[in-house]
Design a protein around this ligand. Structure first.
Ligand code: ADP
Ligand code: NA
Length: 328
């Protein structure tokens, strides 16, 4: 017996990084055993803040499928698909937009934050799509009648809005949709090589697809305890990014590494070498799977077509019901 049905999506930005893997995808890989999961590459969402140049979108979608599959998502266990392949997302989004007061969308904190961020960069986005982002996200989730949505803390307001829209729909037309519950992610934020949150917008990321050579090169650039100048200086692991990564990748030798740093038995260069080798071996299976899939792009297209077909069956049934209760 499955514990419930999950919907979750990610934007195909072409820059999937280790933070995305450890903070989100790894959790999905665990959830796929206990839940019936719909994992969606949300390409329409990628247009809400970046619509000028869409030429590389197909490549980014393909890359995201490679990231997910090599990371361990099983295309039989889960429904893995591309949002724009299932047009019902657009129909439901349209209908929901008829019943959602503008003020509900305008008060979403991430909307205001992002407007401010963009404003500071001299950019202005005043499209409906940008404002309507959580509206489309609501359609994505409830189209599959998902009851569980894995989210980070920052996305909780979106889910609250989704639940409000569901209540309004059910009140107006009848109980069609369950109110989805948030499943808060436990993963702490992974820092990038400069010590700030790893993010594609900071350029501090370690790409998930990085080759062993690239991994080693990125680790060599990581910031360590700034007070430690010479190899003979004692280091402070609490302020060292390499240590944060050792906590994840070198758990079984962590005590020894911490001690060797504090009493200067190991220098930062060697400490980084050890980390890089641990990361290379932890990600080795993923690299092998990725290489296999890269050699067979037709297989990836097949998997996405198969996923879209399965998603469409569920989506079509939901829309039948929606049209019926709305007399459409
Ligand atoms: P970015 O911050 O690089 O723009 P996204 O916002 O596209 O990444 O995030 C996609 C998913 O990856 C989300 O679930 C988010 O919580 C997770 N995530 C992003 N960056 C990190 C990070 N540094 N550590 C942990 N999880 C992260
Ligand atoms: Na983000």
């Amino acid at each position: 017996m499955k514990k419930g049905r999950i919907f979750s999506g990610m934007q195909p930005s072409g820059k999937f990084h280790l933070g995305n893997y450890l903070g989100a995808l790894e959790n999905w890989v665990r959830l796929q055993h206990d839940y019936e999961c719909f994992f969606c590459i949300v390409d329409w969402h990628a247009l809400t803040s970046s619509y000028e140049d869409t030429r590389r979108l197909p490549e980014h979608i393909h890359d995201m499928a490679l990231d997910w599959l090599s990371g361990g998502l099983d295309p039989e266990k889960n429904v893995i698909f591309v949002q724009s392949h299932v047009k019902e997302h657009a129909e439901l989004h349209l209908l929901l937009s008829m019943i959602t007061p503008l003020s509900w969308l305008e008060r979403v904190p991430t909307y205001k934050d992002k407007l401010q961020q963009l404003g500071a960069q001299g950019k202005e986005i005043n499209t409906y799509g940008f404002l309507g982002y959580p509206e489309l996200m609501t359609a994505d989730i409830i189209l599959y009648k998902a009851d569980t949505v894995p989210v980070g803390e920052d996305q909780l307001p979106h889910l609250e809005l989704c639940r409000e829209i569901v209540r309004r729909f059910n009140h107006l037309y009848g109980e069609v949709f369950p109110e989805p519950q948030a499943k808060l992610s436990q993963a702490p934020l992974l820092p990038g090589i400069d010590g700030r949150k790893m993010s594609k917008s900071y350029g501090n990321e370690i790409p998930f697809a990085a080759s062993p050579e690239d991994l080693r090169a990125r680790v060599r650039l990581m910031v360590t305890d700034p007070q430690r100048v010479k190899k003979t200086d004692p280091g402070n692991p609490d302020v060292c990014t390499v240590h944060t990564f050792h906590k994840i990748f070198s758990r079984d030798e962590l005590d020894e590494i911490v001690m060797s740093c504090r009493n200067a038995a190991i220098g930062c260069v060697d400490c980084k070498k050890r980390l890089a080798e641990r990361m290379v071996s932890a990600l080795a299976d993923i690299h092998v799977r990725r290489a296999e899939l890269e050699a067979n792009p037709g297989r990836v297209r097949e998997i996405l077509a198969y996923g879209a077909e399965r998603a469409r069956q569920v989506a079509a049934a939901t829309m039948e019901e929606v049209r019926q209760v709305m007399h459409l």
